[in-house]
Design a protein around this ligand. Sequence first.
Ligand code: NAP
Length: 438
Amino acid sequence: MTTYRVAIVGAGPAGYFTAQALNNSINDERNFLIDMFDRLPTPWGLVRSGVAPDHPKIRTVTKVFEKIASESNYRYFGNVELGKDIHISDLEKIYDVVVLATGTSLGKKLGIPGEDLPGVISAADFVPWYNGHPDYVNVNPQLSGTCAIVIGAGNVAMDCGRILGLVPHELNSTDIADHALDVFHDSSIRDVTIVGRRGPEHAAFTSPELRELPKLTETDVFIKEEQIADAIARVGSRLENEKDLRSNLEAMREIAHADRRGNERKLSLAFLLTPLEVLGEGRVERVRFAVNKVIDDVVTGSDEVIELPCDLLITAIGYEAAEIPGITNERGRVANNEGKIRDGVYVVGWAKRGPSGVIGTNKSDSSEVVKKILLELPAAPKGSADISEHLNGETIVTHDGWSAINVAEVSAGEERGRPRRKVVSWSELLSLGGVKTT
Ligand code: NAP
C-alpha cells in the first residue's frame, strides 16, 4: 500500500469534491492523506458565502462535506493563506499532489463611466456581505432609495434581485447575516429591475430559479410580454430541440402572463439593454442604456438610448480569479481546461474553468481532474515531512476549531428558529476556533 499526501487549497465545493473523488479511489494499493487549507477560519467556500440564504436546500451539500471531514485521512487548516502563510513551493516540497481550488472572487467590471460612483456595488461584494463573510461586513449598501437595478442576466443577478425584492420577514428564518437582515428590514427599495444586455433567449438564468419567481407572494414580478413573444418567435423551431431554452422561455412566459397581486414590492426582468453610463451627482441616480435588437441571433445596438432611475446599482456580470503568487492567471482562470499547472500541481472548480456552473458541476469536474491525478501519481511518495513544521500552529483553525464555531452558530440560530447565526468578525471566529487573538 502506498500512501500519498495531498494538499487541497480552498475548502469550497470543488475542494471537497476533489477529496471525495480521491477517497473513492482508495484501494488495496494506494491511500491518500488529505490536508485542506483555507484562508478563512470557516470551510465550505461559496456554499457558506455565496448560496442565497433563501436557498437552504442547496446548502444541504454540506452534509457531504462534513462526512469527508470526519474521515481519519482528513485534516483542516483554516486561517492559512496561500502566498502569505504558506507558499506553493512549500506545498510542492511536502505533498505528492497539490490541488488549487481557490475559486474566482473578484467581480468583473463594466468598464463604463460612473461605475465608481457611490451606490454602485459588485455582486462580488454584495453577496458575501449578506452572507456574513468576515471580509465584507463593511460593504454597507445603501438601501435608502426606492429603485435598484441589477445588471446581468445570470443566477447571481437573480439572487441579488430576489433578495432585494423580498419582503424582509421572508429572510427572518434564514441564515442571512444579522447585519444584513437589519439593513433589509430598514430598506425602502420597492422596485428592482434585473437587466440583461441580450434577449430572453440568451439569458443565463436557469429555469428552477425563474420558476421560483411566481411563488413570491409578497413581490409582484414583471416581464414584458412582447419581449418574450419576440424571443419565442426568433428562436422558432429551436424550441423543440433545446430543452433548457424551452424551459427558460416557458418560465418567463408564465411570469409575463401571471396575475399581479398589487404588492408594493416589484421585481422586473428587462432585456436588450446595454449599460452605457452611470449618472448622478455624487452618487448613482440613473443608468443610461443602449436599446439593442436581435438580428439572426446576433445582438446589435440601435440609435435608441434610455435612462432608468436608480438608487442602488448591483453589477452581477461574472467573476475573475485573484492572482496566486507563482501561478499564471489568465482570463479568470489559473490554468487551462486540462486542469494541470505543473508536475503534481492541479487546479479544479471555478479557478480552473472560470466562473460557470452550479455547485454540482464541480463534482464531475473534480472527478475528471482526479482521474488525471491518478494517472500521474509518482511511483514513490515524497516522504514524511509534515506541513505543520512550516506553519505557526497557534494560528491555525483545525477541524475541531471549525466544529466549535459551527456548534456556536447553530445553537445561536436555534434560539431564534434559524439554521444558524453566522459569526462575522475575524476575531470572534478565531477565538471560537481556538486561536489566541491577543
Ligand atoms: P453568468 O451565468 O455567466 O451570467 C453573467 C451575466 O452577466 C450574463 O447575462 C452576461 O451577459 C452578463 N454580462 C457579462 N458582462 C456584461 C457586461 N459588460 N454588461 C452587461 N452584462 C454583462 O454568471 P453569474 O450570474 O455570475 O453566475 C456564475 C455561475 O454560478 C453560473 O453558472 C450560475 O448558474 C451559477 N450560480 C448558480 C446559482 C444557483 O444554482 N441557484 C446561483 C448563483 C450562481 P452575456 O450572456 O451577454 O455575456
